[in-house]
Design a protein around this ligand. Sequence first.
Ligand SMILES: NC(=O)c1ccc[n+]([C@@H]2O[C@H](COP(=O)([O-])OP(=O)(O)OC[C@H]3O[C@@H](n4cnc5c(N)ncnc54)[C@H](OP(=O)(O)O)[C@@H]3O)[C@@H](O)[C@H]2O)c1
Length: 287
Amino acid sequence: MILVTGATGNVGRNLVRELADAGEEVRALTREPATAGLSDGVDVVEGDLTRPATLPAALQGVDRVFLFPVHGPGALDGFLAAAEQAGVRHIVLLSSDSVTFSEPGWIGEQHLACERAVAGSAMSWAFVRPSLFMANDLGWARQIRRGAAVRGVYGDGGMAPVDERDIAAVAAHALTPSAGKTYELTGPQTLSQVDRVRIIGETLGVDTRFEEVPRGDVRRELLHRLPAPAADFLLDQLAASRTKPVQALPTVEKVTGRPARTYAQWVAHHAAAFGAEQGLPRGAASY
Ligand SMILES: NC(=O)c1ccc[n+]([C@@H]2O[C@H](COP(=O)([O-])OP(=O)(O)OC[C@H]3O[C@@H](n4cnc5c(N)ncnc54)[C@H](OP(=O)(O)O)[C@@H]3O)[C@@H](O)[C@H]2O)c1
């Protein structure tokens, strides 16, 4: 039995589907089963990674775990002790490519702490270290639906965003205990925000454009959902990508045997979120 934590998140939700489709026995952990919206047939259990008393029932009969990286000092310790106690053999941790940077920054340090905690356990492990998620761009959906420009900073910086379905596919592979240790992965192309907004327009047949605004405006927005050091780290990464664009890695194709999904494929998959309510425009490819 595989326990997927973070099962309602961008990666976990896709992983639950991928494993269930492959015929694996899957259990999904959430703090809010009533609103989890996971497919019928998936065993959904209530639990909180930071409250070990909620975990023994969720871990019963589990031999492998996909672990969501809850941040904070010692945040995973209770879960790891409960998992060892329950007889779990292998943990796949969702991490971040920032752990590989010469300056991992605040976000990288949080992930490094999670990696150290998992590596210090008696269980075998693998770390999945994705680059920027394409899913972040769903944050543009409201502006695009309103017909407004997408406002951002360092619009010409090159990142290599990855589709959350591909992160899930690599995680599914990493759940095989002999599969390997660390997986750094990106999407298949280096793309700027200007490129991505253009691709959304072309793919969905909507009129949209990128508008450069001051860093401080974007920082203020980010502070609604991130601590200041995380917001500053993300903005610094974006600034650096103007002179040193992020290069695409072949990991997804090497691991899955098929090409990583393109940004246009990701946009088509999320057409409804961007306001293409009736699906894609006539003649558009569907993925
Ligand atoms: N976005 C990026 O560009 C990017 C790039 C690299 C790495 N990452 C890393 O990826 C992670 C985000 O992954 P995601 O986007 O798939 O997640 P997400 O969509 O942000 O969802 C968060 C998930 O974590 C679960 N969760 C949070 N706290 C929990 C707790 N105390 N106990 C149990 N479950 C808990 C939530 O479950 P319930 O609410 O259902 O309980 C939910 O399923 C972050 O660590 C981030 O640093 C992100």
